[in-house]
Design a protein around this ligand. Structure first.
Ligand SMILES: *Cc1c(COP(=O)(O)O)cnc(C)c1O
Ligand code: SF4
Length: 437
């Protein structure tokens, strides 16, 4: 199915969510059980998919095994069997209040706000509302514009899933640029501003500009680098291709680079399929033409990209399209982790085997990285020490800068999937775990 051209010039796509999910899956796959199960899970976890993802990215002949289907569509294995059963029963009974009550209870057990983000990273000031900003590492300020706290489609593994469920609960969002500019003026050590979400490119360009243009004023000269985190190239490339909103966003990026800022578009790219359509390639070329540097990051997750060949193909395609591989993340301990999660040992094997298949230009992603409460921890390897097997680890970023860049060890655990399951290998490693043993 091809969309009419005028829908391609829209700021945001037509999308499918809610009760239309079941109908869509039946229509495209002819599998009513798959559709029913997706509907059940979507009572708990957010679902939204753009017309572009449905019509041009997913290979429906391969669903549910198509990687982009796995990335975006709910599946029964995303919930523990007992949770699935409770929700399914409420759905079959068809009582809305009952469904909501059961869904809220299940969500509460899925660690909706991982990594202490709510409590530990929000700047505290008497006269600046810090909600909607995170200042965890000295040089970088994360800004979450209120109007950018959604995406063109949702990834099933998103660690911000909780805020998509209840749009009123945007505790992690700034209502306008003033809080950001006042905070920056008080903190001249900040060199990097990172606009994130959700996806800031769901916003109209004039709103986006209201956050970015103040960074060009002399008071914000200390801000060298502006990063914009987005998955628009994968979920709605037309945002960058057609119509006045696309042209104006490119002009905005050009103004920033012409003024001497380093602009980095941090693309969320999970699978090479996202780079294979003509529109995605055209969107990348237009972004690069602004003078912005394109970088890419994504988590390594089961069902989507848990395979060295998938990462080698992804990195190679990134290099071909002027995108620098930046991070391979580990899936966080939240939401649908039963479905997407991988043991750290497996993530490391995938990373290493993928590196072996690409040239040096494709080897620039650091990983696998856990963005955990004390900092960004990379797994450098699995080593045999005198006292037994260990993970070799290193902080890429830390709340305490003294920790950065020093190798340390954790007891090897074949099943461990996250930082909090790891233990110091020896007494000298304890300081890296916050002094805990
Ligand atoms: C990853 C991250 C950053 C950016 O770190 P870089 O090493 O500069 O990529 C900044 N703030 C937070 C909270 C992060 O998680
Ligand atoms: S694009 Fe990013 S913020 Fe949006 S749903 Fe996917 S992981 Fe979440």
């Amino acid at each position: 199915m091809t969309l009419a051209l005028d829908s391609h010039t829209a700021l945001n796509p037509r999308s499918v969510s809610g009760d239309r999910l079941r109908k869509l899956v039946v229509e495209r796959t002819g599998d009513p059980v798959l559709a029913h199960e997706a509907h059940v899970v979507s009572q708990v976890l957010p679902f939204k998919v753009s017309s572009y993802v449905v019509d041009e990215l997913i290979d429906w002949d391969r669903a549910p095994d198509d990687p982009i289907y796995r990335l975006t569509f709910p599946h029964r294995d995303m919930l523990e069997p007992e949770h699935f059963a409770v929700i399914e029963q409420a759905v079959v009974q068809g009582d809305r209040a009952g469904i909501r009550k059961a869904a809220d209870a299940v969500r509460g057990s899925l660690n909706p706000h991982p990594g202490d983000q709510m409590s530990m990273n929000v700047p505290q000031h008497d006269d600046i509302d810090g909600s909607g900003m995170q200042h965890k590492y000295a040089e970088t300020l994360l800004v979450f514009p209120r109007q950018g706290q959604t995406c063109h489609s949702y990834c099933g593994y998103c660690f911000r899933w909780a805020q998509f469920v209840d749009q009123a609960d945007l505790r992690m969002a700034v209502s306008g640029p003033e809080a950001m500019t006042r905070y920056l003026d008080r903190h001249p050590m900040i060199t990097d501003v990172l606009l994130t979400g959700g996806d800031p490119l769901v916003m109209r360009t004039d709103l986006l500009a209201s956050y970015l243009e103040p960074l060009l004023e002399p008071e914000r000269e200390h801000v060298d680098t502006v990063r914009i985190g987005t998955k628009a190239v994968s979920f709605w490339p037309y945002r960058l291709l057609a119509g006045p909103e696309a042209d104006s966003v490119l002009r905005l990026l050009e103004r920033l680079t012409a003024a001497g800022k380093h602009v980095a578009v941090m693309l969320h790219l999970s699978h090479v399929a996202e780079l294979q359509t003509d529109v995605a390639k055209a969107a990348l070329a237009r972004l690069a033409s602004t003078g912005a540097v394109l970088r890419a990051q994504a988590p390594v997750v089961r069902h989507v990209n848990d395979d060295p060949r998938a990462w080698a193909d992804l990195w190679q395609a990134q290099v071909r399209h002027n995108v620098v591989p930046y991070y391979m993340f580990v899936e966080r301990d939240t939401g649908a982790r039963p479905y997407y999660g991988l043991p750290l040992a497996r993530a490391y094997d995938i990373y290493r085997e993928a590196l072996q298949q690409v040239s040096g230009l494709g080897r620039t992603a650091r990983g696998p990285v856990m963005s955990a409460s004390p900092g960004k921890v990379v797994i450098d390897g699995v080593v045999e020490l005198d006292g037994g097997r260990a993970f070799a680890l290193r902080y890429l970023q830390a709340r305490n800068p003294q920790m950065v860049g020093r190798p340390f060890f954790a007891v090897y655990d074949e099943q461990a999937q996250w930082w909090d399951e790891l233990r110091p290998y020896g007494p000298r490693d304890r300081e890296f775990f916050g002094g805990l043993s």
